[in-house]
Design a protein around this ligand. Structure first.
Ligand code: PMP
Length: 408
């Protein structure tokens, strides 16, 4: 579990209280370790709380009992309502081409990543296919790729290195915007014809994080309910796939792993996506933009980034990436990205271990750059936490004066 962005163990004190406010979150005493290592999307809870009962649904004991959803679909365990909701959501946002594309549902995009690796490789090849991604890459790719010691594929590290020295068949994973550093990315391995295949992980290609610069149109694109609306606990992801055979193989993989994907979760996801999209149809003209999911959450992320940059600039210990403004087709404005993670780089010394310093001096747990394939002077901090935790993080960060004086 420690390889993923998911909590290694669930701490009940970090669960929101039943009355719907944040008072059940961790007490922010100075001794408490503030865990900002995982990207658990609590930041979006306040929006859905505001929506009250609009997303509530009732499932009776006799509903959704069958394994099967639609045998005429390649992805026979996908609920038709879910597929429709996914296509509608992409049409509303304009972040991906979905016409004449296959949709495959998965238990999170984590399962779809593995399904895609399986679909892009064939048994009996001379060697396992190399899987690469440009550093800093999402820290789960190496673990997820090698966990089962597959003979079909193996993790081969940084795509820039592979571009220089690597040989043979490869799969490049392009994560855009990139976790951890928030940059918009393209493939880096120069096209080698049939030897290379691409998976585009577009978990964060949504308007609250980044300008939507074009409808993405790649062979395999994966998305997740976790980072689009914030419903990580439903474990729903989907892939948009150009090629029928690839969609079939991905579905087969999921059939072999889990014999489908929870229908309850698919139905709940369809309902929530429907409410989100309905908001755009009903509210935009009425100019009630605070009721609209992406406007509301983009505002929260923009404010968090402004407050974070002020603290980081004032204490001069770390620096943050600068992101160019780009024209967003969704909002019709020039906007700056506001990634879900802060990618902090220590200014002072090359050799410093930033994760250790943050943990030792202000009891903030981030994730070291080493896990993302780069130096330990980098540390990733989740900005998707609840407001109380975010405020506490800024207060603690503002007390750091220098890496060495505060250190170990
Ligand atoms: N890709 C990236 C880049 C992610 O950050 C995450 C979640 N941390 C995932 C995939 C997996 O998401 P899911 O919850 O859908 O498995």
């Amino acid at each position: 579990m420690c390889g993923t962005d998911s909590p290694a163990s669930i701490n009940k004190s970090s669960l929101p209280s039943a009355n719907g406010n944040d008072t059940g979150s961790p007490t922010c005493s100075p001794d408490h370790v503030l865990n900002l290592e995982q990207g658990d999307p609590a930041v979006f809870e306040s929006y859905w709380r505001k929506m009250g009962d609009r997303c509530t649904m009732v499932i009776s004991g006799s509903q959704l009992m069958s394994y099967i959803s639609d045998f005429t679909n390649i992805c026979w365990f996908m609920e038709p309502e879910f597929e429709e909701a996914v296509r509608r959501l992409h049409r509303v946002v304009g972040n991906a081409v979905v016409d004449d594309r296959y949709i495959v549902v998965g238990t999170g995009s984590t399962q779809l990543y593995q399904a895609a690796l399986y679909a892009l490789t064939s048994p009996g090849g001379p060697e396992p296919v190399s899987v690469v991604s440009a550093a800093p890459y999402y820290s789960s790719y190496p673990d997820e790729t090698d966990y089962l010691c597959s003979r079909l594929y193996k993790w081969a590290g940084d795509a820039y290195e592979f571009d220089k020295n690597g040989t043979g068949s490869y799969i490049e994973v392009v994560n855009s915007p990139n976790n951890p550093d928030g940059t918009l990315r393209e493939a880096v391995v120069k096209n080698r014809g049939d030897e290379g295949k691409l998976i585009h992980d577009l978990a964060y290609y949504w308007p609250q994080y980044t300008p939507i610069i074009r409808p993405a149109d790649h062979d395999i694109m994966t998305f997740t309910f976790s980072k689009s609306t914030g419903h990580a606990g439903s474990r729903i992801g989907w892939a948009v796939v150009k090629d029928k055979e690839i969609a079939r193989k991905m579905s087969k993989f999921i059939e072999m792993c889990t014999l489908g994907v929870s229908k309850d979760s698919q139905q709940r996801a369809a309902k929530i996506m429907g409410v989100l999209c309905g908001g755009y149809q009903n509210c935009k003209s009425a100019n009630k933009s605070d009721d609209l999911f992406f406007e509301h959450t983009r505002q929260i992320m923009a404010e968090r980034w402004e407050r974070l940059r002020q603290v980081v600039e004032r204490n001069q210990v770390f620096c943050l990436p600068k992101y160019p403004k780009q024209y967003c087709l969704f909002s019709g404005e020039l906007i700056e990205p506001h990634p879900g993670f802060a990618w902090l780089e220590a200014k002072e010394e090359e050799e410093i271990d930033s994760q250790k310093v943050l943990r030792g001096s202000i009891k903030v747990q981030g994730r070291t750059g080493r896990r993302f394939g780069v130096a330990e002077k980098y540390v990733r901090i989740s900005l998707l936490c609840n407001e109380e935790e975010f405020k506490e993080f800024l207060e603690r960060l503002s007390t750091i004066k220098s890496m060495t004086s505060n250190g170990h």
